[in-house]
Design a protein around this ligand. Structure first.
Ligand SMILES: Cc1cc2nc3c(=O)[nH]c(=O)nc-3n(C[C@H](O)[C@H](O)[C@H](O)COP(=O)(O)O)c2cc1C
Length: 181
């Protein structure tokens, strides 16, 4: 059975991006899906000095092992000041020092949502451009604005039919790529 790992690049316990990742994962038809909270992998701010004195944190090694153990990734990213949240960038910085391509040339579906209309698209577009440098095979990206207006949180469902269909199609394309990876 192929295995997908999903996570939100958020430091918030009430992450709306986490909800979007779970909403997307519900469209997987025949693939195991695990959600991880990156807050469970706390890392010090990356520093060359720290790496030289202490090596890699166990949490960074554990997250790298998770990436190795899964066949594809659904990643939902908040936008902070037009860019990546510090917690996600810091994870990427540590992983980038540990050898090999971070996402190991595996399929990645990128998502983003925000309470405002922008849907975190500025950051999403930037990360979509950067991801291949990190070894990701990006199969699609999806930005959803006005989260509170268009998501039924309890049902983990997008209420706007056109946007829901768009996400479902992207998840199906992602799942097909994962299965042939
Ligand atoms: C420090 C900070 C900066 C933010 N900057 C942006 C921004 O540039 N664009 C945007 O659409 N939302 C911005 N927001 C609002 C986030 O979209 C909102 O907090 C959202 O809930 C974050 O997603 P999360 O709940 O998954 O963490 C910012 C929020 C914070 C706390």
């Amino acid at each position: 059975m192929t295995k997908v790992l999903a996570f939100s690049g958020s430091s918030s316990a009430r992450s709306i991006n986490r909800i979007l990742a779970e909403t997307a994962a519900n469209h997987l038809s025949d693939t195991d899906f695990t959600f991880v909270d990156i807050r469970d992998y706390p890392l010090p701010i990356y520093s060359v000095d720290l790496e030289q004195s202490d090596g890699f944190p166990d949490e960074a090694s554990a997250f790298k092992a998770l990436l190795s153990d899964h066949d594809g990734f659904i990643i939902a990213l908040p936008e902070h000041n037009g860019s990546m949240p510090a917690i996600f960038k810091n994870l990427i910085d540590w992983l980038s020092r540990m050898g090999g391509k971070i996402f190991q040339e595996k399929p990645v579906l990128l998502l983003s949502t925000s309470p405002g209309q922008g849907g975190g698209k500025t950051n999403l577009d930037m990360v979509t451009t950067l991801m291949p440098w990190w070894g990701a095979d990006v199969t699609g990206s999806f930005s959803l604005g006005s989260f509170q207006d268009v998501v039924d949180v309890d049902a983990r469902r997008i209420t706007d039919a056109a946007r829901a269909a768009e996400l479902e199609a992207l998840v199906q394309a992602f799942e097909t790529r994962v299965r042939t990876y």
